[in-house]
Write a protein that binds this ligand. Structure first.
Ligand SMILES: Nc1ncnc2c1ncn2[C@@H]1O[C@H](COP(=O)(O)OP(=O)(O)OP(=O)(O)O)[C@@H](O)[C@H]1O
Ligand SMILES: [Mg+2]
Length: 256
């Protein structure tokens, strides 16, 4: 059997006595679309912050492609191939979509925001390659016609797409998505779900998805892990998770 792409083992982290993560264990295979669900405060975003190196867990282990990454700086983790989007939209409002995507790509290639800014004037060939990649990603996400537009005035649902595009410009092996359809209407949600499925299957990018929209999660995920008060209470296929008594009791009873 091949090594899982991501292995989380016995992860624990407390904030001033609150156990945000309490012995969480799971692993994700290459190519999987894996979801983490659970009530507010269950520890989902904390888990993301541990994987992307923003929080340092009190104990446990996080291996990516077989290598321990716990304690590694966030920019090194990103460079190793883990990209993420944030729960709240986090884009530069005065930049155009094109600038936003180019910046993400340069930052990633040069590692570090400052390096990206300073070496802005690089070879024409590099610039053309970057632009090609950015245009490809934008087209795939239905942003091709918006490349010249400023991000700030764009609708929320489109900004969430720009965020996704930005993380894809980093050519990640693993993409962490924290509530990619939060605040979206029904139509935008359905489009985003289809896009994520496509990116997963066509580009082969492994995904770890946190989301409260249950029909979206259950529709596109291969497996679902359920957290409650920092603990894993279920890990199974969507069909099995929706029938799980502990999950219904802790979360789905209210969410469905
Ligand atoms: N930086 C922090 N300082 C103190 N407590 C924190 C911090 N980050 C998270 N927590 C606490 O850890 C617990 C888990 O929070 P987390 O944000 O991971 O939940 P979540 O599952 O993402 O919830 P939501 O669905 O509302 O986004 C909560 O009790 C929260 O208050
Ligand atoms: Mg959260």
């Amino acid at each position: 059997m091949s090594t899982p792409l991501l292995e989380i083992e016995d992860l624990a982290l407390s904030f001033a006595g609150v156990r945000a993560l309490d012995g969480v264990t799971f692993s994700i295979d290459e190519g999987e679309l894996f979801a983490v669900i659970g009530p507010n405060g269950a520890g989902k975003s904390t888990l993301f912050n541990c994987i992307s190196g923003i929080y340092r867990p009190g104990s446990g282990s996080i291996r990516f492609g077989g290598t321990e990454i716990l304690g590694t700086a966030p920019h090194r983790i990103a460079k190793a191939g883990i990209a993420r989007t944030f729960q709240n939209v986090d884009v530069f409002p005065a930049m155009t979509v094109r600038e936003c995507l180019l910046l993400a790509r340069h930052q990633h290639l040069r590692s570090g925001a400052l390096a990206g800014m300073i070496r802005w004037g690089r070879s024409a060939r590099e610039e053309r390659a970057a632009l090609r990649r950015v245009t490809e990603v934008a087209d795939r996400l239905g942003l091709g016609d918006l490349l010249g537009r400023e991000v700030g005035p764009l609708p929320h649902g489109v900004q969430k797409r720009v965020e996704l595009a930005r993380s894809l410009c980093m050519e990640p092996r693993l993409l962490l998505l924290d509530e990619p359809v939060a605040g979206m209407n029904h139509e935008e949600t359905a489009e985003m779900a289809a896009t994520l499925s496509e990116v997963n299957s066509d580009l082969g990018i492994t995904m770890l998805l946190v989301e409260h929209d249950m029909s979206m999660v259950m529709g596109i995920s291969d497996r679902v892990c359920v957290l409650d008060f920092g603990r894993r209470i279920a890990l199974d296929t969507p069909a099995a998770v929706v029938r799980d008594a502990a999950v219904i009791d802790a979360y789905l009873g209210g969410a469905l």
